[in-house]
Design a protein around this ligand. Structure first.
Ligand code: DGL
Length: 279
């Protein structure tokens, strides 16, 4: 058991979105050691096909499971929407996604729920299905927001154009009188100030990052793999430019991370259910 306690929690996203989950891990589970991976060479995921997303997730998981991790958190709604159910049947390590924890939290807050997410997440209807399965007597509206991740990754958080874009995406939800908004993409919390500027205070914002970490804690307790103390420094790995990632993440993290460049194993997929090599 001691061995598991000292292993890391693997966290991944396409880019800096998953840092919002990392921050929740620092806040709620400060004793855990973390491995953070950003597939920055291939972002944004939200405009990719379901097959591409599944392939990328498999490649990340194959690599991550070789890195001394005890649990993996998909800090990416797009990956959770398109790949979670399938990869859970392929890998023996516990894997958590953000959608179910986010949906459960949202139905406790309201009955008229708006979801902003990437185009791939919206097209999958993963939030719609999860929300209605938990509570059929609610209304749900989903809006694809393809412009937001590029703006955040270009560090244009304070750009007036970003405020305009967010207003446009929120406008149909405000017309529907939503009472609850889900950040259906982990990048969006980077724009929390912009959202709060536009949304009336009466609308609750649900950030699934907060709830996936609660779920991770429950699971770790259940499995007896919680680290009691002394975390290792977070290890950051990216598939793209390490310096760019370090620079972008600095203001959110409050320190400049040391970032490694990582090449992922290439996996040849036979079809959605079989993998020729890599596993
Ligand atoms: N942050 C991810 C999500 O939660 C991925 C966004 C993207 O790369 O398009 O969906």
């Amino acid at each position: 058991m001691r061995k598991f306690q000292s292993l890391r929690v693997g966290v991944f996203d396409s880019g800096i979105g998953g840092l919002t989950v990392l921050k929740e891990l620092y806040r709620q589970l400060p004793s855990e050691s973390i491995l953070y991976f950003a597939d920055s060479a291939r972002l944004p995921y939200g405009i990719r096909s379901p097959e591409e997303i599944l392939q990328y997730v498999r490649e990340i998981l194959v690599w991550m499971t070789k890195q001394d991790v005890k649990m993996i958190i998909m800090a990416c709604n797009t990956s959770s929407a398109l790949a979670l159910d399938l990869v859970r049947t392929e890998f023996s390590i516990p894997i958590l996604g953000v959608i179910l924890p986010g949906a459960k939290a949202a139905v406790e807050r309201g009955k008229r729920i708006g979801v902003l997410a990437t185009s791939a997440t919206v097209a999958s209807n993963a939030y719609l299905n999860a929300l209605l399965e938990i509570e059929p007597n609610i209304d749900v509206w989903q809006i694809p927001c393809p412009k937001l991740v590029p703006l955040i990754e270009q560090n244009r958080i304070h750009d007036p154009h970003t405020l305009e874009v967010v207003s446009q995406y929120l406008s149909p939800l405000l017309d529907r009188n939503i009472d609850t908004l889900i950040y259906g993409c982990t990048h969006y919390r980077h724009l929390a100030k912009v959202f709060r500027e536009i949304l009336p205070a009466s609308i609750s914002i649900v950030d699934p990052a907060q709830y996936v970490v609660l779920a991770a804690e429950r699971e770790m307790k259940l499995l007896g793999i919680k680290n009691p103390s002394n975390p290792l420094p977070t290890r950051f790995c990216v598939s793209g430019d390490p310096e760019k990632f370090a620079l972008l993440s600095r203001s959110w993290l409050g320190y400049t991370p040391v970032v490694e460049n990582t090449s992922l194993p290439h996996i040849i997929c036979q079809n959605n259910f079989g993998i020729e090599n890599g596993l």
